[in-house]
Design a protein around this ligand. Structure first.
Ligand code: SF4
Ligand code: SF4
Length: 304
């Protein structure tokens, strides 16, 4: 097992073990109804929901996005960003609404955050000699109350992730998380318009509304979207979700994931040119007027 010191020190306050794990590293962990702490981790916790979590959960619960958001979530900001999102709404005892003494009632559809625990994944981007280098590794959270670490079951990180269905979550969440990470890297100095925040929230939480926005607003006049994509996103929620991520990347960071309509771009460029032309003409007119006034004044003075 290739393990390196993660933070360069022996202790850290966040209960993250100071070790970098690879997919082949082994961990001992098991969570099951027999552990003395069973469901202890299902309260006093922020469980931020990704768009894929919301889609999966509301389909499982057979409710629309509005009802799901109202009944089961609380608005929040995604950690260290100004991006609006939602987290699971805890009950008045601070417990997840889906937990019972027998365990999680939505286990097969549980959110990504619940699947990752206690193994997290990190991506480091740092400037090396040849530019930006990135490194992916895993880390383990070991909290004192979690007795799962005392169990004998041994897995590689790869096996653990397979068992928890994490890879599917990673695939589905990847583009959205990239947007969040990119926004995070801007810090709070870079302001974002309220309109952009509203669009981010809508696309991230309510795909039906976002679909309506695509098909029943001026969206398709503004963006070039081929017929095959349109046919797909009309019916397929996963395709719609991935499309919404491309749209967010285009709107928030100016990527070309979705291209603007060429004719519209030309029209806008012409409008800008025209308005600049109008301003130039106006300036010329004013200059001529001032010149005329000055000449008249000079002529008047020379006759005195
Ligand atoms: S969704 Fe399930 S696993 Fe996650 S906190 Fe709630 S009860 Fe626990
Ligand atoms: S605290 Fe750890 S072992 Fe206990 S229920 Fe939660 S994940 Fe499982």
């Amino acid at each position: 097992m290739t393990e390196k010191s993660l933070f360069g020190k022996e202790k850290n306050p966040s209960n993250i073990l100071p070790v970098k794990y690879t997919l082949d590293s082994k961990i001992k962990f098991r969570c099951h109804p027999g552990v003395s702490c069973f469901t202890a981790c299902c309260g006093d916790i922020d469980i931020i929901l990704t768009p894929f979590d919301i889609l999966r959960l509301r389909k499982h619960l057979n409710v629309n996005a509005d009802e799901f958001l109202a009944r089961f979530t609380t608005p929040t900001f995604i950690q260290k960003t100004d991006l609006p999102g939602v987290k699971i709404h805890l009950d008045d005892k601070g417990r997840c609404p889906f937990v019972t003494p027998e365990g999680c009632t939505i286990y097969s559809e549980r959110p990504s955050a619940c699947r990752y625990y206690p193994v997290g994944m990190a991506n480091f981007h740092e400037g090396g000699e040849d530019g930006v280098e990135s490194e992916q590794f895993f880390f383990v959270v070991k909290e004192p109350h979690c007795k799962g670490h005392e169990e004998d079951k041994e897995w590689t990180i790869r096996e653990w992730r397979e068992d928890q269905g994490v890879d599917l979550c990673d695939d589905m969440n990847r583009k959205w998380l990239e947007i969040v990470m990119r926004r995070k890297s801007f810090g709070f100095q870079a302001t974002m318009s309220d309109e952009a925040k509203k669009i981010f929230f809508m696309a991230s939480t309510d795909l039906d509304k976002f679909r309506h926005f695509v098909f029943y607003s001026s969206f398709l006049k503004t963006y070039d979207v081929d017929q095959e994509t349109l046919d797909k996103i009309k019916e397929d929620d996963i395709a719609m979700m991935q499309f919404s991520f491309s749209y967010l990347a285009s709107v928030l960071f100016g990527t070309e994931d979705i291209k603007m309509n060429e004719d519209l771009i030309k029209e806008r460029v012409q409008q800008i040119k025209d308005s600049q032309g109008d301003k130039e003409k106006e300036a010329e007119k004013m200059y001529d007027q001032l010149k005329g006034d000055r000449e008249a004044m000079q002529a008047h003075l020379s006759t005195k």
